[in-house]
Design a protein around this ligand. Structure first.
Ligand code: HAM
Length: 415
């Protein structure tokens, strides 16, 4: 009908197999992150816009073009979070005492991007962050956890590639910024308008430009990893060694700069090998300057986030993603057969996934059970009611048995 209300552009309802995959991914994520001693946290979906202009960066696409912001009654500018890292950094800035704070979270994020397959305006992430310590082991561990989760949800090693790069320390970035500006200044005439404004304020942002003419100029631009201090190089080398020792395959990609301002040192991205426009399935990096961008404290951190929809899309449709036991339809011809029913009491006690259905037409009861993929039907028709018996039919192998109502022990029959 023409007056149906549809979901808002770029958003979608998640249901059926997609929801089963979604829950499966989140369950695996919770299990594995708990094993590495991460603690679950949920932060609000609405935040002060200032949090993201300071963390993700005013000049990034996310903040300058894609935020859902509004002025709340009064004068506070609120936004829907485009990511969770900044919120966790905000929490750590107020609550960190010592050692490591290890967070795992998941939920909806919002970016007003141009929607296409794999790119939504409301999407969902699983996300871990380790805040408080800087050691190359932690960078390695964060990547190891990512790789473990991808394997555990059932992706094969040849389905994706891990790309890594080092973006250097904050000092390396300041030095490199000057070198990059020097190079780009020679091409001012051909740079896009956006890049020209970024050239003054934040030249590193230009590396992310989607503009064709900018991209051509960038082909020969100096690369950040040629300007790393000895210390930053050693830090990066240690991580690569540990990845190799643990058989985690990776490719170094000097063009991987990531679209958010807070990154330092390690940046990484798992990309699907399938020919997809939206090929980043999981991405993250170290952000030693982030907390200082949003507070007066200086605490290092590293983490990653993965798009649940993008992971889900790579999972086979043929597998069973629920751990739920067999489904049973308790079907009766008359409502009255349900009163004072010992069968119902057994069903409630036994934790069986079930539905009750009343219909005078037995054929319709069977059709309903088939259509909704029930494994068993328990049936009381007029005859069974009179003889105090009950039919149990296994709809998978079609076998059928008749029991006395006061003798059947459901948990023994339904496996
Ligand atoms: P990000 O690269 O912006 O990083 O997003 C991480 C992942 O979220 C992407 O690799 C992709 O799988 C998914 N994603 C992003 N945008 C969309 C979209 N519009 N539709 C569907 N999926 C999407 C971050 O968000 C950082 N907070 C990651 C991080 C955590 N860095 C350190 N800690």
């Amino acid at each position: 009908m023409s007056n149906n209300i549809l979901p808002v552009k770029g958003t979608h309802d998640i249901f059926g197999l997609d929801m089963e995959k979604y829950n499966f991914i989140v369950d695996k994520f919770n299990m594995i992150s708990a094993k590495f001693n991460f603690q679950s946290i949920q932060t609000p979906i609405i935040e002060h816009q200032e949090l993201f202009s300071r963390s993700v960066g005013e000049d990034t696409d996310i903040v300058s073009k894609e935020m859902y912001s509004f002025v709340d009654k009064g004068d506070t500018t609120i936004c829907l979070r485009p990511e969770a890292t900044s919120s966790l950094a905000r929490f750590a800035a107020s609550n960190y005492q010592s050692g490591q704070m290890k967070f795992s979270t998941h939920g909806p994020m919002f970016r007003r991007e141009r929607p296409q397959k794999g790119r939504y305006r409301q999407f969902h992430q699983i996300n871990i962050e380790n805040i408080g310590e800087k050691s190359s082991y932690i960078d390695f561990e964060i990547i190891l956890i990512a790789s473990t989760i991808l394997k555990e949800i059932g992706l094969e090693a040849d389905q994706y590639t891990l790309l890594i790069n080092s973006l250097g320390s904050p000092e390396d970035q300041i030095n490199y910024s000057k070198i990059l500006s020097g190079y780009l200044n020679q091409y001012k005439k051909n740079l896009s308008e956006t890049s020209l404004t970024r050239l003054e304020k934040n030249p590193l942002r230009i590396l992310d430009s989607k503009d064709e003419s900018d991209k051509e100029i960038l082909l020969n631009a100096p690369k950040i990893n040629d300007y790393l201090s000895k210390e930053s190089q050693n830090f990066f080398n240690d991580i690569k060694l540990m990845l190799t020792d643990n058989n985690i395959l990776f490719k170094e990609d000097e063009k991987l700069v990531r679209g958010l301002d807070y990154y330092t040192h390690t940046a990484f991205e798992f990309q699907t090998n399938e020919e997809k426009r939206q090929n980043a399935i999981l991405a993250g990096g170290r952000y030693d300057k982030l907390i200082n961008m949003i507070s007066s404290r200086d605490i290092p951190g590293i983490g990653w986030a993965a798009g649940i929809e993008r992971l889900s899309d790579l999972l086979s449709d043929q597998k069973n993603y629920t751990q739920i036991p067999k489904k049973i339809l308790y079907a009766v011809q008359e409502e009255s057969y349900l009163s004072n029913s010992s069968i119902l009491k057994q069903i409630y006690r036994a934790d069986i996934r079930h539905e009750i259905k009343v219909n005078k037409n037995i054929k319709k009861l069977f059709t309903y059970a088939d259509k909704n993929k029930f494994n068993f039907i328990l049936l009381i028709g007029e005859e069974e009611f009179k003889s105090q018996s009950i039919i149990l039919k296994n709809l998978d192998d079609k076998s059928q048995k008749l029991y006395k109502q006061n003798e059947i022990i459901l948990v023994n029959e339904i496996r």
